[in-house]
Design a protein around this ligand. Structure first.
Ligand code: PEP
Ligand code: MG
Length: 764
């Protein structure tokens, strides 16, 4: 046992104590000694200041933690003792990435006895992980012989030291040669991250953060006054930019309150004082920002108030901006993308996606799942693959890292090995070959082997989508989602702008029909300029036609623009979220009013106006016959209809894949709707995204749907499937699959798929 006797308490804790400690650490790192001597000096300094009998630094090598330096344990254990991550107290700290404190270490569940290091008699243990970019680089441990409860202040001080140690280790200032290379490999090795695919496709490119991360920087400075002046200037700039941001947005209500709280932080005296103190302890301004932010994180995580805990994000954001300002960046200028960019961000709205230069943007990785639905629609239109819900993406990636976004399976590869990157390159090649093959089939009729004709239209929402009509050979646009124009702007689009846009879309359609769906606003699709009341269940709330009927201020001008744009042509208008026939009648009333308005102003009218209703609520589906009597055509919005039928949120990861649309109950329900629509005399189409899957599409043929509107990328595979099989074989396959287990609610898909394949159906 080589534990030295307990040292007298000196150095103290609290802000002054830490300042002294940081200064001593700076001197230790700056010395000319060898890497090992500097590390040992550092360990000694920390032990002295925290009044510990033992202080040790373990660094990670693959799945082990190696004792790199110790003050108090046996010297010859250094670089010999290795503990597996997850085992023993130190291993648990590394694995959980959280501090562990105990005053009776040997009785702790996770305690494991390692014979060679001489820690038998140490009762008190405090271990803190060294974390950098979300990865555990090692563990800093202080131990005492006696039973002793480390105070919150002491834990905080050791955490502050650990933050710095992680910084120093990662910066390459401390280690040399092979050891430094091991840390580098750990920080920058290949990673496979799982998320949820939001928009399909494969992207290979380089990581770009939505906001540029701070450049690499030194940790210690020799000129504290110079650093303090730099800090002062950067803080001034930051405050100015926050003021401008608030003034320039013309915000009110909740958004303004949030930004005001943000401004308060930027002007907070305490924040500035702590930054200055850290600089005068010998840190560079950048390291001071990181140091203070790490303290804030710990403090705010413990705060009682949820409001304060949520503010961590504001402070993170401010610190990040301050760091970028310190590196001389203009924090107000929008980011220009480099070529082959894969943007990594927490969340992203559709407007932002559209603002990026499409020639440079290859893919997107989001760490959160929220707000994915709008961005997904735009991403599919632009053919930008997106994987969302990738929790660690922001922490684990570095700007410029190679990234593969696999929008087919929802996987992201960071810094992929050459084999992985090559395999994806091959897949990309195959995809474009496949697309070329589908394009060659674009002129072939979509008729089944037994002569049943199928109409395939495509979905659209942007002008760029329209080029897909020619590429895919789609019969027209069966669903044009007009709300995107309302969601991406800062204000309600003017009637003249809307008219110009619709006219352009019709021109690009070159005579093929385009079904314009009036803006399906509300629920998750709400523009910043729209004042909305908070609803507990917005998907079932005031949205679509409900909102239009109550407040025609958006839909009437939109109808005016559509009528004007389609002058002399056929106009197809469709209303979203219809529940009752009476709502459709009200909508027809608006059209009549707008026709009267156009006539009164001597304007040319469309040749014909066909009015459609979307069947997206079970209420509408159940009464399709009645609805059909008031409509010229119906279109089943399977995304919403399935959401309400299964009572399963279409945007939630947890419910999204839980229910299969080829469930016998749902298909029976759809069949009822299709039959009732026919009885009511209106043609019916299906425009849910589920038809992008050929197996689901086949099942819909079996229940009588003959007209579809589907994502452009799905048109080729759908046509090939239709041509490869007879309707009779499809119907028989579905019956057999239900008989084989579907009746009991069991999975139908594998059996259905197998029978379809056996009948020669081309399914992908
Ligand atoms: C639907 O609900 O199926 C639909 C096509 O509309 P959206 O996806 O735009 O809600
Ligand atoms: Mg819908």
């Amino acid at each position: 046992m080589s534990v030295e006797k307990t040292r007298p308490r000196h150095g103290g804790h609290g802000a002054r104590g830490i300042t002294v400690l940081l200064r001593a650490m700076r001197d230790a790192v700056a010395s000319e000694a060898s890497a090992q001597e500097r590390l040992d000096h550092l360990t000694r300094v920390i032990a002295g200041h925290v009044v510990a009998d033992v202080c040790s630094i373990y660094l990670r090598r693959d799945s082990d933690l190696e004792l790199f330096s110790t003050e108090g344990l046996k010297r010859d254990a250094v670089h010999v003792t290795k503990l597996p991550v997850g085992e023993g107290l130190v291993g648990v700290v590394a694995q959980s990435q959280a501090p562990l404190v105990t005053d009776d270490a040997p009785s702790h569940d996770a305690f494991r006895y390692f014979p060679d290091i001489g820690e038998e008699k140490l009762l008190s243990f405090l271990g803190v992980p060294l974390i950098r970019s979300g990865k555990t680089l090692g563990v800093l441990v202080v131990q005492n012989v006696k039973k002793r409860t480390y105070t919150d202040e002491e834990v905080e001080a050791v955490q502050a030291v650990a933050t710095l140690l992680a910084e120093i280790t990662a910066s390459g200032e401390l280690l040399e040669g092979e050891e430094s290379a091991a840390v580098e490999a750990m920080l920058h090795g290949a990673e496979r991250l799982e998320g949820v695919s939001v928009a399909p496709g494969i992207a290979i490119g380089k990581a770009v953060f939505r906001e540029a991360p701070a450049a690499r920087h030194r940790v210690f400075s020799r000129d504290s006054h110079g650093e303090a002046a730099r800090l002062e200037r950067a803080l001034d700039d930051l405050r100015q930019s926050v003021d401008q941001m608030i003034a320039g947005r013309g915000l009110g209500g909740e958004s303004l309150e949030i930004l005001e709280a943000y401004r308060l932080f930027a002007y907070d005296r305490g924040w500035k004082d702590r930054l200055r103190a850290a600089v005068f302890s010998g840190l560079t301004a950048e390291a001071a920002v990181e140091q203070v932010q790490s303290e804030n994180r710990t403090r705010l995580a413990r705060a009682q108030s949820a409001y304060l805990r949520e503010r961590v994000q504001d402070l993170e954001d401010l610190s990040n901006r301050l760091m970028r300002r310190l590196s001389g960046e203009d924090i107000d200028a929008p980011r220009e993308l480099p070529g082959d960019a894969v943007v990594i961000a927490r969340t992203m709205g559709p407007a932002e996606l559209l603002e990026y230069d499409r020639d440079r943007l290859r893919g997107v990785v989001l760490s959160e799942a929220s707000t994915t639905s709008h961005v997904a629609i735009v991403a599919r239109a632009l053919e930008v693959p997106i994987v969302a819900s990738v929790d660690d993406a922001l922490d684990l990636a570095d700007e410029g890292d190679a990234v593969v976004v696999d929008g087919e399976t929802g996987v992201v590869h960071l810094r992929p090995t050459r084999e992985i990157a090559d395999s994806y390159r091959q897949q990309q090649g195959l995809r474009s070959e496949r697309q070329a093959a589908f394009a060659r089939e674009a002129g072939l009729p979509a008729v089944t082997q037994d002569g049943v004709e199928v109409e395939i239209h495509m979905n659209a929402g942007l002008a760029v989508d329209m080029r897909n009509l020619a590429v895919t050979g789609a019969a027209g646009v069966g669903l044009f989602r007009t709300e995107l124009q309302f969601l991406i702007g800062r204000q309600l689009p003017r009637v003249s702008d809307q008219e110009r846009f619709y006219r352009d879309i019709l021109a690009r359609a070159e005579g093929r029909p385009v079904v314009f769906r009036t803006a399906d606003l509300g629920a998750d699709k709400s523009a910043a300029y729209m004042k909305r009341r908070r609803e507990a269940n917005p998907a079932m709330g005031w949205r679509g036609l409900r909102m239009a009927v109550d407040r025609p201020g958006i839909v009437r001008p939109q109808l005016r623009a559509l009528i004007a744009a389609a002058a002399g042509r056929d106009l197809y208008v469709m209303f979203p979220m219809v529940t009752l026939p009476s709502e459709l009648e009200a909508a027809r009333g608006f059209i009549d009013q707008e026709i009267a308005f156009a006539e009164a102003h001597g304007k040319d009218l469309p040749r014909k106006i066909a009015v459609g209703a979307m069947v997206e609520t079970p209420a509408a589906a159940w009464r399709a016959r009645a609805l059909a009597r008031h409509a010229d055509f119906l279109s089943i919005g399977g995304n919403d209809l399935a959401q309400f039928y299964f009572a399963a949120d279409r945007d939630s990861d947890l419910t999204q894949r839980r229910f299969d649309p080829i469930d016998e109950g749902f298909l029976t329900f759809l069949k009822h709707c299709v039959d009732e629509a026919a009885a009511g005399g209106a043609p019916v189409s299906y425009c849910g995204e589920q038809v992008a899957d050929t197996v689901t599409a086949a099942a819909l043929l079996a229940v009588g749907v003959r007209r579809f509107s589907i994502p452009a990328t799905a048109v080729g595979p759908f046509r090939r499937m239709v041509r490869s099989v007879s309707l009779e074989a499809i119907s028989a396959a579905l019956e057999a699959a239900y008989g084989a287990g579907g009746g009991a609610g069991g999975p139908v898909r594998p059996a259905f798929r197998a029978s379809l394949e056996a009948s020669g159906a081309a399914l992908n």
